[in-house]
Design a protein around this ligand. Structure first.
Ligand code: GTP
Ligand code: MG
Length: 349
């Protein structure tokens, strides 16, 4: 699956190469290196297909705790109350939460009855399909090219992976011919500004930053600058905060309002970055940030660690905000679109 989908009216990633995108210092891509036609890299999705295998195996490794807990239940099992009870416990342990667990169990029992399933492998296959059905509404392509610039605001708790995700996204976008501007909306910590500035220099991406500036003002400047320069994407990083820090949540709302004053309808995307190891608290984060900011999407990071993955089922049931991307590490290819069938494959083996 490609990283982004492009709004049709914009001549970016065309079927037939028309006008080259106004790329700002594009990173060398395999196409640019091997071809005399440096304007064609969009025709070769550079993140595919080579990293795909290792991507799936690493996602599987990241979610192996849940997949082994779930898979072992079905090995030579009889289809009885004991199996359903063990399944309930395993789903709860995976962070699926009570609502999604009950929903999946009931739907599975019904399916077993309707289809007269008799062996454990068939029950497992049925569970897999139910999970895919549950998670598919969260799968949505990230669209670019509908706005000039597309303004994205990125929020999340401390250390969730916001800045790393912005870096990875910016590089993916560059490789698709998009010109990108970043704003260091985390104005409180010098280290946070520097992290983004240094990264921007290394990757030839302009970063707007202000020592001791007001984060809303920095964000406003970035939107103005993106508009004036005719850039494709403006991404606004924000300082980590807990939903319980009410004054900081108010500040986030203010940043969002001020971005809207810089460009009508902006931010077009308001993303919450979640550490995949957060467990059930991730759902509380989605609710709180969504209530404050009306999220358009989620990014789940660190699924390479000890994440259990079931929380996506909870999100799908309780607050179905689309999951645009998932992350399994710090390299550029470690961020990929969320694909429900792939995720369930990793989760259920
Ligand atoms: N293993 C792993 N580590 C990650 C991933 N994404 C980010 N990290 C690491 O998580 C740590 C925090 O990442 P940041 O991007 O700085 O997080 P942040 O949300 O910007 O943090 P604050 O700005 O301090 O709130 C860093 O050490 C990252 O390298 C991931 O997908 N996998
Ligand atoms: Mg940060």
């Amino acid at each position: 699956m490609s990283m982004f989908s492009f709004f049709k009216k914009k001549p970016v990633a065309p079927e037939v190469p028309v006008a080259p995108a106004p790329a700002a210092a594009p990173v060398p891509s395999p196409a640019a290196v091997t071809s005399d036609l440096p304007d064609l890299p969009d025709l070769l999705p550079i993140e595919e297909p080579a990293p795909k295998l290792s991507w799936m195996s690493r996602l599987k490794a990241g979610l192996s705790k849940t997949s082994s807990n779930l898979s072992i239940l079905f090995v030579g099992a009889k289809i009885d109350d004991a199996l359903y009870e063990e399944l309930e416990a395993a789903l709860l342990m995976s962070d699926a939460g009570i609502d999604a667990t009950e929903y999946l169990l009931e739907a599975l029992k019904q399916k077993v009855k309707d289809d007269k399933l008799l062996d454990a492998a068939a029950v497992k296959a049925a569970l897999k399909l139910l999970m895919i059905d549950l998670l598919t509404p969260l799968q949505r392509p990230f669209e670019l090219g509908r706005h000039q610039p597309t303004v994205m605001m990125i929020a999340g708790v401390n250390g969730a992976g916001k800045t790393t995700t912005i870096g990875k996204l910016a590089k993916h976008m560059q490789s698709h011919g998009q010109s990108v501007l970043l704003a260091a909306g985390d104005t409180f910590r010098a280290a946070a500004r520097e992290q983004l500035m240094v990264w921007g220099q290394r990757n030839n991406i302009t970063v707007i930053s202000q020592a001791s500036g007001d984060p809303a003002a920095v964000s406003f400047d970035a939107v103005q600058s993106g508009k004036a320069k005719g850039l494709d994407v403006v991404m606004i990083d924000t300082a980590g905060r807990l939903p319980t820090q009410l004054h900081l949540m108010e500040e986030l709302k203010k940043i969002k309002r001020v971005i809207g004053k810089g460009l009508d309808g902006a931010p077009h995307e308001t993303l919450l970055v979640i550490d995949g190891n957060t467990g059930q608290n991730a759902l509380a984060q989605v609710k709180a940030f969504d209530d404050a900011l009306q999220l358009t999407g989620l990014v789940i990071t660190k699924l390479d660690g000890t994440a259990k993955g079931g929380v996506l089922a909870a999100i799908a049931r309780v607050r179905p905000v689309p999951v645009y991307f998932i992350g399994i590490g710090e390299k550029i290819e470690d961020l990929q679109p969320f694909v429900a069938a792939e995720f369930v494959d990793a989760l259920l083996g």
